[in-house]
Design a protein around this ligand. Sequence first.
Ligand SMILES: *[C@@H]1O[C@H](CO)[C@@H](O)[C@H](O)[C@H]1NC(C)=O
Ligand SMILES: *[C@@H]1O[C@H](CO)[C@@H](O)[C@H](O)[C@H]1NC(C)=O
Ligand SMILES: *[C@@H]1O[C@H](CO)[C@@H](O)[C@H](O)[C@H]1NC(C)=O
Ligand SMILES: *[C@@H]1O[C@H](CO)[C@@H](O)[C@H](O)[C@H]1NC(C)=O
Ligand SMILES: *[C@@H]1O[C@H](CO)[C@@H](O)[C@H](O)[C@H]1NC(C)=O
Ligand SMILES: *[C@@H]1O[C@H](CO)[C@@H](O)[C@H](O)[C@H]1NC(C)=O
Ligand SMILES: *[C@@H]1O[C@H](CO)[C@@H](O)[C@H](O)[C@H]1NC(C)=O
Ligand SMILES: *[C@@H]1O[C@H](CO)[C@@H](O)[C@H](O)[C@H]1NC(C)=O
Length: 510
Amino acid sequence: MQIFAAVVFLHLSLCATGEAVSGPTETTVTAAPGDIVLLPCYTVGNVTPSLTTWRKNGEEVIISSTGDHRLSVEPEGSMAITGVQRGDEGRYECSSFLPGNSSFQAAVLLQVTVGPDNISTSVGGPVTTLPNGTLFTTRGSSVSFICSVSSYPAPNLSWSFRNELLVSTFRSSLVFNIENIQPRNQGFYNCRAHNIVSHLTGNRSTELLVYYVPERHPECTWTLAQDPSIIHFSCSWFGAYPPPKLRWEGAADFQEADSLSVAWNRSLLSDGQTMKCSARHQLLGPGEEKGCSFILSLPYPEGDPLVAALEGTNLTLICNEAKSLPPAQKTWSKGTEQGKIQSGSKYIVSEEGSALKLTIVNVSKDDEGIYFCLSENILGVRELEVYLTVKTAASAYTGGIIGVFIAALIVGSTVILAKFLYSSRHRICLGGICEQTDEDRGDVLSLVESDDEQIFQDSVPYLPPLTNGGHTTLVQIHRIPSSDHEDVENAETNLEQLEDTEESEDLVIF
Ligand SMILES: *[C@@H]1O[C@H](CO)[C@@H](O)[C@H](O)[C@H]1NC(C)=O
Ligand SMILES: *[C@@H]1O[C@H](CO)[C@@H](O)[C@H](O)[C@H]1NC(C)=O
Ligand SMILES: *[C@@H]1O[C@H](CO)[C@@H](O)[C@H](O)[C@H]1NC(C)=O
Ligand SMILES: *[C@@H]1O[C@H](CO)[C@@H](O)[C@H](O)[C@H]1NC(C)=O
Ligand SMILES: *[C@@H]1O[C@H](CO)[C@@H](O)[C@H](O)[C@H]1NC(C)=O
Ligand SMILES: *[C@@H]1O[C@H](CO)[C@@H](O)[C@H](O)[C@H]1NC(C)=O
Ligand SMILES: *[C@@H]1O[C@H](CO)[C@@H](O)[C@H](O)[C@H]1NC(C)=O
Ligand SMILES: *[C@@H]1O[C@H](CO)[C@@H](O)[C@H](O)[C@H]1NC(C)=O
């Protein structure tokens, strides 16, 4: 079509021109296909050469009816090419014979170039076009970037990303592949074409976004506000790109955010209500959602309603609360008037898992009464009532006195039996062998605590074992002490000793 162009594209540049007649001159002419060009020969004078011949790359160009009809030699010696074609490029040399038997030589370098024009880029693979024309793909996909260009000769074609060369070639199309694409690969990809003949450059960019969503579900949490009638429910789903759209059911519409916190007035919340957060994302598909939820639950503190303890011991009351949602704040209080019990020397309040423990140190009769474990969350307050009974050592002793009696009976009869055996040791010999001890002192059987060597002599009374410690298992023979009589005072001493070794907590008296 450019053949019909009236204007002849002619680019002349004189290189190392020798102005002298007969001196070799070299000219560069650049043309696009279809152009009409004039290759100059004798330009330094105004005489008309008698004859001009042209050679291309060393071979004579035949200009005749049988040759290339696009070519013609003008009277002054220039060669015209009407409709340049690819392949016409080369080094042309002319020889002109001038009047006066002199000749003239010149050279012309013809370049034929196209473009770079119409650079086009595309992305192959699982890509989606956004309404604004930008492309996105999913993390982990394999994509290919394709660039093609109209250029003659084949241009230096390259793909680059963030000003870094990815690949280049001397061809008119180029493909660059990325496997397992990652967020860091998101951005603008630039295809550049450089025509090394014309030194013209063209480029074109394409933006590729890399979308992703996390495997896990959104997370629902809560935080208490300063205002006790308000609670904030938050829903977060981090690690999605672009940010997801989140919504708390019953609150406002979907909002684009990684995390969405909504304040609720407690008057809008009730026991058993389900709080639900939904998340939407381009990668989940239309109508598809991920979410999290929880069911609101009133507190429900649990524990022993009736507890008894022995005076002087430590006692721990346990208030277990695992059901409430959001988790309840728990406090211990005594009676109806007195406020929250604080940790100190008398009381130790400690939290262990879902339980709130109250340890009363050195329980006394004054500690008897009602204790409340108050458990409160945004939905309301629930309490656990615990009634504590304190038994004095004296009342425990009256209980033990019967045991003492029985023990005394058993031990007493054993002593009698032992004394009888001892006194008749000369008569009762086993197997006819009678060993005579030379010491002439009386021995007696007594019961011994196996582990701590505490000796209960004769008729020492004791309580049924309160500990899981040693039981009376050994029977040993000891010398009879000078005073054979033991009294109630002694019994009380031993009772105290027993209590001292006793475990401190959770004593529910029989
Ligand atoms: C021109 O020069 C050639 C040789 O270079 C010679 O043969 C010829 O006769 C000359 N002609 C004239 C008119 O001088
Ligand atoms: C460039 O593209 C346009 C339209 O697609 C076409 O008309 C033209 O011929 C192309 N140019 C080249 C040099 O291929
Ligand atoms: C097209 O939209 C995407 C996301 O909405 C944005 O990241 C990108 O910059 C937009 N591109 C253009 C060219 O506006
Ligand atoms: C091709 O172009 C790229 C960048 O555009 C450049 O880095 C590279 O050196 C060029 N190659 C040649 C052989 O000129
Ligand atoms: C791409 O071409 C534009 C002009 O079309 C130019 O401003 C820009 O610098 C070029 N970019 C590169 C990387 O060559
Ligand atoms: C919560 O709701 C109650 C009753 O609907 C209202 O009186 C109170 O002002 C609200 N609190 C806040 C902080 O909006
Ligand atoms: C326990 O309390 C009683 C009075 O109730 C007191 O006499 C005793 O010393 C206290 N024991 C300890 C170990 O504090
Ligand atoms: C009771 O608790 C107090 C304070 O923790 C401690 O010092 C004491 O040893 C405990 N008494 C017993 C018998 O465990």
